[in-house]
Design a protein around this ligand. Structure first.
Ligand SMILES: Nc1ncnc2c1ncn2[C@@H]1O[C@H](COP(=O)(O)OP(=O)(O)OP(=O)(O)O)[C@@H](O)[C@H]1O
Length: 333
């Protein structure tokens, strides 16, 4: 659906986006995560040519945007909706007129606008706020207007530039739910940038991690959580799944301390009790959690295994075979 081929954006000496290649699939919610200054916004704005890449090609829905004239780009941009962190609503216009504005700009007739605006308001749950002005709305409601406006011309792609960063956690959840609904019911491909791994966990199917203008990792969100490959991804995963053990928990330990990751079905199997049945060891549970990412379970358990060296080794081999993911954090035996 979206092809980003070797895209670079330079501002004088600074390279904000550096040779990025990504292929975003029709109908997916694709996240781009990175710290401030990583180049996420610039890359997102390159997708609808709000920023012109210094080099590289952008193809959306089969059309090479980077090969079009400015006038043609303006027309194509109407098929790409965009929402922003600070909403960018027109303060002197009502909710109705803010949405109608995009339809007018796309040359829709008065009758078409009159039919379409209420449909959009209903979709975002704001039918009773039509005559309000932006100043009379909460942040979440303003973003709902932003979403309605972005969807006005039935885009195939929706770009979200830190769309929930200015919102509290509960409102963030409700806006993310709305984005999920839009993706599911309208089949719109969504690209969102964020610095919050929780947003990625909640809505994205795949995620690219950016650093210094480059994509340093690309993965299914579940795999990123289960097995992050780079130090940066590990940091992001740990912001949601914190597994730092307090030092005092490690004091006076006698056995091997291991971290086990249970993926998919193995998260629901009785691996530990079967281990205890087969080997002469005892186990202390130090930390455990199970999360659901795209409705698939992902479990993490940190345990201390106490027994003879040979029994502990065999038990470790057994668990590794069953789960495929066991890391020895400390062996104080
Ligand atoms: N119009 C511009 N002119 C000059 N430099 C720019 C411009 N826009 C962005 N930059 C620089 O490009 C780099 C990447 O910025 P960008 O906003 O894309 O990062 P980001 O990952 O979105 O970060 P943030 O979340 O803070 O916006 C930064 O060093 C930034 O200062």
């Amino acid at each position: 659906m979206i092809e980003i081929v070797n895209v670079t954006k330079r501002y004088k000496q600074l390279t904000a986006v550096d040779h990025v290649n990504l292929s975003i699939r029709q109908g997916e919610i694709f996240g781009i995560i990175g710290y401030s200054g990583a180049g996420k916004s610039t890359l997102l704005r390159c997708l609808n040519l709000l920023e012109k890449p210094t080099q590289g090609i952008i193809v959306i829905d089969g059309k090479e945007l980077t090969a079009l004239s400015d006038q043609e780009v303006r027309k194509e941009r109407q098929k790409i909706g965009m929402i922003f962190q600070h909403f960018h609503l027109i303060s002197s216009k009502t909710v109705y007129d803010n949405i109608a504005f995009s339809l007018k700009a796309a040359g829709k007739t008065k009758a078409e606008i009159k039919k379409r605006v209420p449909e959009l308001l209903e979709m975002v749950g704001l039918s009773d706020r039509s005559a309000h002005y932006p100043a009379q709305l909460s942040g979440g409601q303003k973003q709902r207007v932003g979403i309605a406006r972005a969807l006005a011309n039935e885009p195939k792609v929706l770009l979200c530039d830190e769309a929930t960063s200015a919102l509290d956690p509960t409102t963030t959840k409700s806006i993310l739910q709305l984005l999920k609904k839009i993706n599911k019911t309208l089949g719109i491909t969504i690209v969102l940038i964020t610095h919050e791994m929780e947003v990625v966990q909640n809505v994205c199917h795949r995620v690219a991690v950016m650093e210094n203008g480059q994509v340093v990792e690309l993965a299914d969100v579940y795999d990123m959580f289960a097995n992050p490959q780079t130090a940066l991804s590990k940091q992001f995963v740990q912001t949601v799944h914190s597994l730092e053990l307090p030092e005092r928990l490690l004091l006076g330990r006698k056995g091997a301390i291991v971290q086990i990751t249970f993926k998919g079905d193995s998260a629901e199997e009785a691996v530990i009790s079967e281990t205890l049945r087969q080997f002469h060891i005892s186990v202390n549970i130090l930390h455990g959690q199970i999360s659901y990412i795209q409705e698939r379970p992902l479990g993490t358990l940190i345990i201390e295994m106490i027994g003879s060296q040979s029994d502990v080794r065999q038990a470790i081999r057994y668990i590794t075979k069953r789960t495929n993911q066991l890391e020895v954090l400390a062996d104080v035996a």
